[in-house]
Ligand binder design. Structure first.
Ligand code: NCD
Length: 395
């Protein structure tokens, strides 16, 4: 079976741990792997802007002794002439051994993986997922703070359109970490992520009211969700928010995201969340918290933090190379990560209904591929973008 990496759930917990162990070994001798993938060719097909993700994948392949071809400017690719992803991917796949795809539509990587003969890696599909960034995030958390299960991680910023947190929240929950998701109203985690998290074993979700740090968390419109094993199920619809004092919490990491301006569909959004600076981090809650960001930052983290030892975002970006080297070795069939067992599929395929999400690849480009499935609560969802689909009339 070919080894695609479309979602973070394509790798089991033990496989993720083995991948990080492999990245540790690679990192201790970064220049010693030039004969690991000789003769292999990677295609990087980036139909959206990227610096870190594309360059770290390319650096990874080159460090493994493979080679790379790139299409990194959407304006000079045939997509501007109207070529569909399905056609482009068939061609690129026929040239290379592994394809890394970034695309503005949700579900694009799943569609590509269906059509490609070789493995496909999702390097970001619209505002849906970004699982290789999650590898880098988990690897940083583990390298800097130890076992992930023991950690409390604050997700902070645009959690609705920021795809990195959609993959990260699922991974953190799988490992049993506690997640505190803080966002402006309207920019909280989207329904497809919250519902999926709520359906995962041992995970409860409750709205919380943070009682201290008034200047930061009691601003109008700021919403907070606690996603944690100790929150009792069911999620208590309409229940009063849990009261939480941050000073009683030990926060291991704050993961900051930028407002994804390019994805706002005509909505006017500013942010009322304060930027992260020394003043923000002066509370004892954060005395030991590392600060993460998938980057680019555009003002959410003050530059004054760059020299603070808690600022881990540049170290996090650097870890993107060894962990992506490990991922490429797995995708190309060079390593086994132990038991195959992937976590159970999020959606069980069924018939009926059609996606209406304008950001979904099956709506924007490839209606012929539309497929739906049922989630653990029996709701109909698009198999590509995971958005809710209405039940067909008469059913
Ligand atoms: C992120 C992305 O593209 O989703 N960047 C990245 O891959 N490191 C985050 C972002 O663009 O804000």
């Amino acid at each position: 079976m070919k080894r695609d990496f479309v979602t973070i759930d394509d790798l089991s917990d033990s496989a993720l741990a083995s991948l990080m162990d492999l990245a540790d070994r690679i990192r201790s001798n970064l220049r010693g792997h030039a004969a690991d993938l000789p003769g292999y060719l990677m295609g990087s097909l980036f139909l959206e802007p990227s610096t870190r993700t594309r360059l770290s994948f390319e650096a990874s392949m080159l460090r493994l002794g493979g080679r790379v071809i790139t299409s990194s400017d959407p304006d000079t690719s045939s997509s501007v002439k109207g070529e569909t992803l399905a056609d482009t991917i068939r061609i690129v796949d026929s040239y290379v051994d592994v394809t890394v795809l970034r695309h503005p539509c949700a579900g694009a990587a799943r569609l590509a993986a269906r059509l490609a003969r070789g493995p496909v890696i999702n390097a970001g599909d619209g505002s849906h997922e970004h699982p290789s960034q999650t590898l880098c995030d988990l690897y940083t958390l583990r390298s800097e703070r130890g076992p992930i299960a023991a950690q409390t991680v604050v997700l902070y910023g645009d959690l609705r359109y920021g795809r990195t947190v959609h993959s990260l929240a699922r991974a953190l929950v799988r490992f049993g970490a506690r997640v505190l998701a803080i966002a402006d109203g309207g920019l909280s985690l989207p329904e497809f992520v919250v519902d999926d998290l709520a359906g995962r074993p041992g995970c409860g979700i409750r709205e919380v009211r943070i009682n201290d740090m008034e200047d930061v968390f009691r601003r109008r419109g700021v919403e907070a969700l606690l996603i944690a094993p100790e929150v009792t199920l069911p999620p208590a619809v309409g229940a009063a928010p849990l009261e939480l004092n941050l000073r009683d919490q030990k926060v291991h990491a704050i993961y900051v995201t930028r407002l994804q301006k390019e994805r706002l569909r005509g909505e006017a959004h500013g942010t009322s969340l304060p930027i992260l600076d020394h003043r923000f981090l002066r509370s004892p809650t954060f005395s030991d918290s590392i600060v993460l960001h998938p980057l680019p930052r555009v003002g959410e983290i003050a530059r004054e933090l760059d020299t603070d030892p808690r600022a881990a975002y540049f170290r996090q970006a650097a870890l993107g190379v060894p962990i992506r080297m490990a991922l490429l070795l797995w995708c190309c069939g060079m390593v086994d990560l132990g038991a195959k067992a992937a976590p159970p599929a999020r959606l069980e395929a069924c018939t009926g209904g059609a996606c209406a999400n304008l950001g979904c690849i099956t709506v924007k480009e490839e209606p012929g591929f539309a497929e739906v499935g049922r989630d653990s609560d029996g709701r109909l969802r698009c198999l590509f973008c995971e958005e809710r689909v209405s039940e067909p009339s008469g059913s």
